[in-house]
Design a protein. Structure first.
Lengths: 318, 318
């Protein structure tokens, strides 16, 4: 069908699916051209299906005026980050969108374009979904599917006493990036704000994780919280040394300028949105920095060589 | 952990998961006690995984003051109805809930209790999900998984020219039931309102469908619309004879009292929420009534022996 013109009403649900979403199936037969009520996933011998689900609400998880193409890409990437931490290869996704009336056809096109860009970049198939209307804010839910070698998914709750606690990349950039995006922090290169706006799921670390990690999670709630989730799900404890925190150049410069170094380190390790991976492993793995150890129980955080109080927020949820 | 008391704050996210949702995994190892970011679905040789996703929004898909236990059961059942139409055996589900602040702990408990009741009745495992807050209305999304024998999922778009169009059970009770629930229609036995409030997914028809149906869909948007979806997805047309519509006793009594029989039949075949199954099959199947034929193209609807105009709503979406 032809595209909508300004003198025509917005396309109906079936036209929207045909125009916006069908191209995102990338011709995969299991999506049944989005003409069915269901998708059918054939067996893949030697692999388990790994499934994760995340919901985002405008005004809660992203700013109501964030560009919708970027929101779409972030939606896919936060789910891809979960797959990365599980050592799983991305496969496809189901999408539910609840649209407010204020989001017109061009807004929906921008959203679908973001899905198209990252669907291509990460080799993802749109497998199905549901599009409804809402009197409330834009609400998005993705169920993301990936493949892990049979029995090989890396769990959150399988850390072992004495494992090292490792983290990938650099920590704190997501939190600083949010402040930069809000204009509360200078960010001359734009590096920090970019890091917040568009997470980079660490799918490149899957092999290293599968080869050597006992347990892993992605760093979305903050390093202390997510490392805590690994320890707690494993019925064990955790010691973190924040002086070993891997920092980007702008984060190191920011830390240098803070009056209370321990407090600033605690902030960097509690702010979320890093989308790096924290894991427990007997040995340091390539691409990771050791920041602590798995202990028998409790949460111990050290900064500036002194124990600091991470607070309930760190242990539970940022 | 112990239950909340009135002098204590509401449980946090992790406590809510432990208290409300972990029991719904029914001990299934693939849910990883909801302690992980993902679930892992092992291979089941000889079966394909069938996945469907539906979203419900308060004020759009259910009434804001509907009892939440009933809303939870309806949420599962509308998804189970999709699986039934695909000939798939229910397996488990992922749940995303966006809660407004106005929904306190007892409301969330009532919702979880509804999930528990029907999770048990339909042998479903809660596999994972996400719980977020929203400034908008309660928004629910379920991704439901089922198993179909390899290659045996019944598709929507596989009808054949000359197939009979069959429908299960009785049609129109869902639409009349909504009117009864709103108090706009007498319903002395409560049968109609029950039918609207709590769909009965026709999982009992899976064997018959798998044995003899070319294509199928569930009747959620109305018989004309959903039969139309089957025809359209198959690149074929449809003739429906509404004088053959299977009716319940209360629906037949209602029809008897209407001044314009053809118009009333059209209304019954356009109202949604029946959650019966419409299929295309070379022969009539047990549990089904023939209401028409698959044709080469177009939509033809007959009522009272005369062609009637089903309107764009019937062909496209009720």
């Amino acid at each position: 069908m032809s595209g909508p013109r300004s003198d025509k009403p917005d396309p109906d649900e079936f036209e929207q699916i045909a125009a916006l979403y069908r191209p995102l199936t990338r011709g995969a037969p299991e999506a049944l051209s989005l003409l069915d009520d269901a998708a059918v996933i054939p067996q893949r011998p030697g692999f388990d299906l790994v499934i994760t689900k995340d919901a985002l609400v405008a005004g809660v998880h992203f700013l109501p005026d964030d560009p919708l193409g970027l929101v779409a890409r972030k939606l896919l990437r936060v789910n891809l980050s979960d797959l990365a931490a599980k050592g799983a290869e991305p496969y496809g996704y189901f999408l539910a969108t609840a649209w407010p009336e204020s989001h017109d056809w061009p807004a929906r096109q921008a959203f679908a374009e973001g899905l198209r860009v990252d669907g291509g970049a990460f080799d993802l198939i749109l497998l199905g979904g549901d599009t409804v209307s809402t009197p409330g804010p834009l609400t998005l839910s993705v169920t993301m599917l990936g493949w892990a070698p049979a029995g090989g998914m890396i769990r959150r709750g399988a850390a072992k006493l004495g494992d090292r606690v490792l983290v990938s990349g650099t920590i704190g950039d997501g939190g600083l990036g949010l402040r930069a995006a809000q204009g509360a922090l200078a960010d001359p290169t734009g590096e920090l704000a970019d890091r917040y706006r568009l997470p980079r799921p660490r799918l490149d670390l899957r092999e290293a994780l599968r080869a050597g990690a006992s347990a892993a999670a992605d760093v979305s709630d903050g390093l202390i919280a997510d490392a805590g989730h690994v320890a707690k799900a494993s019925d064990l404890g955790l010691r973190l040394d924040l002086d070993r925190l891997p920092l980007s150049e702008p984060a190191a410069a920011w830390l240098q300028a803070q009056p209370d170094r321990a407090k600033a380190l605690l902030w960097l390790a509690s702010a979320g949105d890093d989308y790096e991976i924290v894991c427990a492993a007997p040995q340091v793995l390539p691409g990771f920095t050791q920041v602590g150890e798995i202990t028998a129980s409790g949460l111990e955080v050290v900064a500036g060589g002194q124990p600091v109080d991470a607070g309930a927020g760190g242990w539970r949820h940022a």
